[in-house]
Design a protein around this ligand. Structure first.
Ligand SMILES: [Zn+2]
Length: 304
């Protein structure tokens, strides 16, 4: 830390366990992750892992609030109507979230059935006893197996217990072209969280995401008109992991006194919002009933 940097304090949430570093004048009494008021100051930790890279905030607070309001207003037909109508932002904080960046080479031995479509003329006798013809599309299946290799780049996984990986995925991707070397000056004016997940746990999440990505890539790679029974056995090599800080706006919104608040994240670089909107089970039940009703109706008519 250089002479011009402001004094920073280390704080910890006793409720969710998040450990954060903030400038003394930004000290918060409310946890930005879980909204708990049990934030305590703690002595600085010596063995804190240093981030290697960081992405800077590009979206300021005013714009973040506007984007989140737009996002709330545009929620789908199954969200609770009182959420869209009454949701008000109770708290908003800009946080540098610790995350692991992951790159690797993935190789897969795969097998699948590849479908090739072809046209055939079929002859049949109609109800008047006349001979007719029609063109039908048929699919011929053949087995295909081989080896596929891909470079999986820029997978981002959370290193925070406070923000789950699935939650972070909703506001991804980040633009990695803007990645820079970590410099503590970047944190000026922001809360920075320390990693609370170990590298092993994060590596496992990165593996899972790699396999998911590989499955999608393989699907796109399959020749033919369609495919089925795709199976693959993959190996990952040349793994590189780097600890980085990524910018997040964390919103706490409340829509009813008797309901838990809703956490909404906004990508501090791209402005993409995401979160768990409370759903209306009544609306979902009615929609499902309507679909079942339509199926039964069609079935009765078809059957008669
Ligand atoms: Zn907390």
């Amino acid at each position: 830390m250089n002479g011009s940097a402001k004094k920073s304090v280390e704080i910890q949430c006793e409720s969710c366990g998040a450990k954060m570093t903030v400038e003394a004048d930004l000290r918060t009494a409310i946890c930005p992750y879980c909204g708990s008021p049990s934030v305590i100051e703690r002595p600085p930790s010596e063995d804190r892992p240093q981030p290697e890279f960081a992405l800077a905030f590009e979206v300021d607070k005013k714009r973040a609030e506007k984007l989140v309001k737009d996002w709330i207003a545009s929620r789908g037909m199954f969200s609770r109507s009182d959420f869209k109508k009454n949701a008000r932002i109770e708290d908003v904080k800009g946080v540098y979230l610790p995350a692991y960046l992951y790159n690797a080479v993935a190789r897969a031995d795969y097998s699948a059935s590849i479908g090739e479509e072809y046209q055939e003329t079929e002859y049949y006798t109609d109800s008047d006893g006349k001979r007719q013809s029609r063109t039908v599309t048929k699919t011929e299946w053949r087995r295909l197996s081989g080896r596929y290799a891909t470079y999986v780049a820029d997978i981002v996984v959370t290193a925070s217990k406070g923000i789950e990986n699935s939650e972070l995925e909703r506001v991804e991707p980040f633009d990695m072209r803007m990645l820079r070397r970590y410099d503590s000056a970047l944190l000026s004016g922001w809360i920075a969280e320390e990693p609370s997940l170990g590298p092993e746990e994060c590596l496992q999440m990165a593996h899972d995401e790699t396999m998911e990505q590989l499955g999608k890539d393989l699907g796109n790679f399959m020749p033919g008109d369609s495919y089925r029974s795709l199976e693959f056995d993959a190996k990952v090599t040349d793994e590189i992991t780097n600890l980085a800080l990524v910018p997040l706006w964390v919103f706490v919104a409340r829509y009813a006194e008797d309901r838990p608040p809703v956490r909404i994240l906004l990508n501090g670089q791209t402005g993409k919002a995401g979160g768990d909107v409370p759903l209306s089970w009544l609306k979902i039940t009615l929609a499902v009933a309507a679909v079942i009703g339509a199926i039964i109706f069609a079935w009765i008519r078809w059957g008669s």
